[in-house]
Write a protein that binds this ligand. Structure first.
Ligand SMILES: Nc1ncnc2c1ncn2[C@@H]1O[C@H](COP(=O)(O)OP(=O)(O)OP(=O)(O)O)[C@@H](O)[C@H]1O
Length: 242
């Protein structure tokens, strides 16, 4: 199947610090790649470069087969959703979700229908008229997630999107995302610190270590790799079971 995203030989340094070294990554259309890596390993930097908010020192980025390194962020049809995504404070939840549709001059009838459906998906139809500061942290996070999803971007870059949620809501959002990714045929890079979440969300998994990215084509290969930490995790749980 065709790759929506292809990164070739990408390097990034900040001053004397080499953050990313010879990164190669491919993402198939309608697939999700989970991206793991310790704090400070360069995950956010990689997403920012793909979104066009940082620039690489070397290497190329192809979106749908087209090199995009010199294309402005707003022209890339990529949505980058970061951890502390801010909602527009002067807009209510409905209007925050509707924002991208309004920019695209979507007819009012469709805006209403799409936004209400998204709020329904997010479990928030009763919060539509609340302003951003009247929502809880997790609710704000869900609304910003809905705002990103609703415009059906070619590529979604998600940086720990469910990091601040309790485990029940987090699991619900994972299920919702998987469902929406399928129905909206989304392609996404999904950054998480959580091994279990990476496995649940990803069709394949990449891990950044010491500036290098290792991409596993499937979960079996990821499991077999001692460095992935999955075997260790399994052994940990086994020791409690006779
Ligand atoms: N604008 C910048 N100027 C200088 N150094 C930077 C800049 N942005 C990031 N860095 C450095 O690059 C390294 C990678 O940072 P990055 O935010 O990409 O890590 P991360 O894997 O996303 O971490 P976390 O999981 O903690 O969010 C860090 O050492 C950070 O200090």
């Amino acid at each position: 199947m065709e790759n929506i995203l292809e990164i070739k030989n990408l390097d990034k340094t900040f001053g004397k610090e080499t953050v990313l070294k010879n990164i190669n990554l491919s993402l198939k259309k309608n697939a999700v790649v989970s991206l793991l890596g310790a704090s400070g390993s360069g995950k956010t930097t990689l997403l920012k470069i793909i979104a066009g908010l940082e620039h690489q020192n070397n290497g190329e980025i192809f979106l749908n087969g087209k090199e995009i390194s010199n294309i402005k962020p707003q022209r890339r049809n990529i949505v980058y959703l970061y951890q502390e995504a801010l909602l527009f404070p002067h807009l209510n939840a409905f209007e925050n979700v509707a924002f991208g549709l309004r920019l695209r001059k979507t007819p009012e009838k469709d805006v209403k229908q799409k936004v209400m459906q998204m709020l329904e998906y997010l479990g928030m139809p009763n919060h539509a008229t609340k302003m951003a500061n009247q929502l809880s942290g997790g609710q704000r996070q869900r609304i910003s997630f809905g705002r990103a999803m609703i415009i059906e971007p070619s590529l979604l870059l998600l940086d720990e999107p469910f990091g601040a949620l309790d485990s029940t809501t987090r699991q619900k959002m994972q299920e919702l995302f998987k469902e929406l990714a399928k129905t909206m045929q989304l392609s996404a890079l999904f950054v998480t610190h959580d091994l279990k979440e990476a496995i649940v969300m990803g069709d394949s998994i990449g891990k950044i270590m010491k500036g290098h990215l290792k991409q596993h084509s499937d979960l079996r290969e990821f499991y077999e790799d001692e460095e992935s930490g999955v075997k260790k995790e399994v052994e940990f749980w086994k020791q409690f079971i006779n």
